[in-house]
Design a protein around this ligand. Structure first.
Ligand code: ARG
Length: 253
């Protein structure tokens, strides 16, 4: 009898143990637009890299989850997170009142500035030149970005007589600038620096266009995950992890 009991117990323990082992790690899906160095891009080895990708990895680690990167066009990031298709959106994404209607945001983790890229010999010397009477410059932007929203609004409101052309990516806009199809590109400062570095004959105007902050977006239907992600993010900011990642990608000048 004792033997049978011992055997049954051992079998039970084995069963419990194997059930434990099978417990799989959950996946945290990240919606991003990997066309925005140094925040997110595809590196020379074809791997996703950048500040957002690494911070998202650390957040997943803290939540005991495995990160899966889902790459898409920028204008799909907010909509696909809002619909619940992906868990979090990180794409150098500016906290913006209109986006707040469809998604929740964590606390901000970075500050950014919208700047204007021109050719080195450009007539455009400052942002004000875009707002001068009768100005007819063509500004390139990435579709649905804040640069696009601000400048398109200014045109609609009659604040500028310039025109805007929307591109799929910042790199496409920059390529159009290089080949003189447009006169300037309005984009976030860090990607601007990286595009100017990658192309000859470009510069960034000194006047800043707009200051904003980046945060992670989540579906409105998942307040628990918002709280968990926000907590993890704030811990990573407090212990210097985020700064370490930023310093790695944006070396002090
Ligand atoms: N910060 C700007 C915005 O939120 C531009 C972001 C573009 N991000 C990207 N991964 N292409 O609208």
């Amino acid at each position: 009898m004792k033997k049978i009991l011992a055997f049954a117990l051992a079998a039970l323990m084995l069963f419990a143990l194997s059930a434990c082992g099978k417990k799989e790690t959950k996946t945290l899906t990240l919606a991003t637009s990997a066309d925005f160095p140094p925040y997110e891009y595809v590196d020379d080895n074809g791997q996703y890299a950048g500040i957002d990708i690494e911070v998202a990895g650390k957040i997943a680690e803290k939540l005991g989850m495995k990160l899966k990167v889902e790459n898409m066009e920028f204008n799909a990031v907010v909509t696909s997170v809002s619909s619940g298709k992906y868990d979090i959106g990180m794409a150098g994404l500016t906290v913006d009142e209109e986006r707040k209607q469809s998604v929740n945001f964590t606390d901000p983790y970075a500050t950014a500035i919208q700047v204007v890229i021109v050719k080195e010999n450009s007539e455009i010397k400052s942002v004000d030149d875009l707002y001068k009477e009768g100005a007819s410059y063509k500004a390139g932007v990435q579709l649905s970005t804040t640069g696009d929203i601000y400048f398109s609004d200014d045109i609609k409101e009659g604040k500028t007589t310039c025109t805007v052309q929307e591109f799929k990516s910042g790199a496409d806009a920059v390529a159009a600038l290089v080949t003189d199809k447009i006169d300037c590109v309005i984009i976030d400062n860090e990607p601007a620096k990286s595009f100017v570095k990658a192309n000859q004959g470009l510069k960034i105007l000194e006047t800043e266009y707009a200051v904003e902050s980046y945060a992670i977006c989540l579906s409105k239907n998942n307040p628990e995950l918002l709280e968990q992600v926000n907590k993890a993010l704030n811990e990573l900011i407090a212990d210097g992890t985020v700064k370490g990642i930023v310093d790695k990608y944006i070396p002090a000048e």
